[in-house]
Design a protein around this ligand. Structure first.
Ligand code: NDP
Length: 318
């Protein structure tokens, strides 16, 4: 493989997760709230390249509409002998319209059917808030949803279970009122949003942290109008990258790994996805880490303002 021997992190349920994953969300369509329509097999190709490059951890969600392509990529790589199922760590997520306790297992079965798998390695509640398919909010308590997640795990359909986009209060409410502590929390983590309080809480409770949108506003095409620096051509970052013969995106990902965060960068470009996993042969200095830390602005790239009025909206309202 292009990059073999990716370190693993131990989960609180005894299992292990690779310390970098591959993101498969195509994003929001330009100028709108709607998801980028999935019109071709670019994700299947990218996942095949990713497995060839050494990625073993793939992140998806039922709402991304990429599970079928991922399933085909996995099948091709298993059939051609590149990997075995047990070498892979596949994560998917429960969408907000299936939060009722008795809807959780059927929703996971549907994801498994689409991917052609008997189990996923990690199943996450995608958001703490519930709504119907037509966006009518409901008050289904995520503690009830969690009971359904435990059932999915007990059935062996998900080896590990966790949550995504929960804030500290929501996560703590879950931890203190359930006998199963989530194995992982998936949240946005990047240079502009370093999440010190949530990471500290997770460390205390032995919950692994997966970092989504790991590049934040590094690339101009993804940076909102008020997004703080740095961009990929920031002189200080370029200098650090040069020193290690790496690129600025690699430095940004390496910083997250050194924080103990599992980044899940998305790319459907072969050269970039290979570059993004090639970050395990250098280490930043303390001074460099301090500089990178100073870019934290508590600035969110993913806010989902359309849910601000939901009682379980997890973020600051503005
Ligand atoms: P990322 O931070 O991974 O950025 C992806 C963008 O960066 C793409 O436009 C990609 O372009 C570009 N890119 C990737 N690598 C490089 C590189 N080395 N040099 C230059 N450009 C690069 O954003 P995402 O929002 O996609 O987050 C990653 C993953 O996290 C998602 O795919 C999804 O799996 C997960 N996620 C989870 C959420 C949740 O609610 N739990 C919310 C958001 C994301 P290109 O593809 O053209 O190469």
């Amino acid at each position: 493989a292009w990059c073999s021997g990716i370190p693993k992190i131990k989960l609180n349920d005894g299992r292990e997760i690779p310390s970098i994953g591959f993101g498969t969300w195509l994003g929001i369509a330009k100028g709108g709230q709607s998801l980028e329509p999935v019109v071709d097999d670019s994700v299947q190709k990218a996942v095949e390249w990713a497995i060839d490059a050494g990625y073993r951890h793939i992140d998806t969600a039922s709402i991304y509409d990429t599970e079928e392509q991922i399933g085909r990529a996995i099948k091709n790589k298993i059939d051609s002998g590149v990997v075995k199922r047990e070498d892979l760590f596949i994560a998917t997520k429960l969408w907000n319209d299936a939060h009722a306790r008795n809807e959780v297992v059927p929703a996971l079965r549907e994801s498994l059917r689409k991917m052609g798998l008997d189990y996923v390695d990690l199943f996450l509640i995608h958001w703490p808030l519930g709504h119907s398919t037509n966006m009518t909010f409901n008050n289904i308590d995520y503690l009830d949803t969690w009971q359904g997640m435990i059932e999915a795990r007990d059935l062996g359909l998900a080896k590990s279970i966790g949550v995504s986009n929960f804030n500290k209060e929501q996560l703590d409410r879950l931890v203190t009122s359930s006998k199963v502590v989530p194995a992982s929390l998936q949240i946005e983590v990047n240079l502009n949003l370093q999440q010190p309080a949530l990471r500290e809480y997770c460390k205390e409770k032995n919950i692994s942290v997966t970092g989504y949108t790991p590049f934040g506003s590094l690339f101009p095409n993804r940076a909102g109008p008020n997004a703080p620096p740095p961009r990929f051509n920031d002189p200080a970052l370029v200098e650090i990258a040069k020193k290690y013969n790496k690129s600025v995106p690699q430095v940004a990902l390496r910083y997250l790994v050194e924080l103990g965060v599992i980044p899940i960068p998305k790319s459907t470009t072969m050269a970039r996805l290979r570059q993004n996993i090639d970050i395990f042969d250098f280490e930043l200095s303390q001074a460099e880490r301090d500089l990178l830390k100073s870019y934290d602005r508590g600035y969110r790239s993913v806010e989902l303002k359309l849910w601000q009025q939901h009682p379980y909206y997890p973020f600051e309202k503005n």
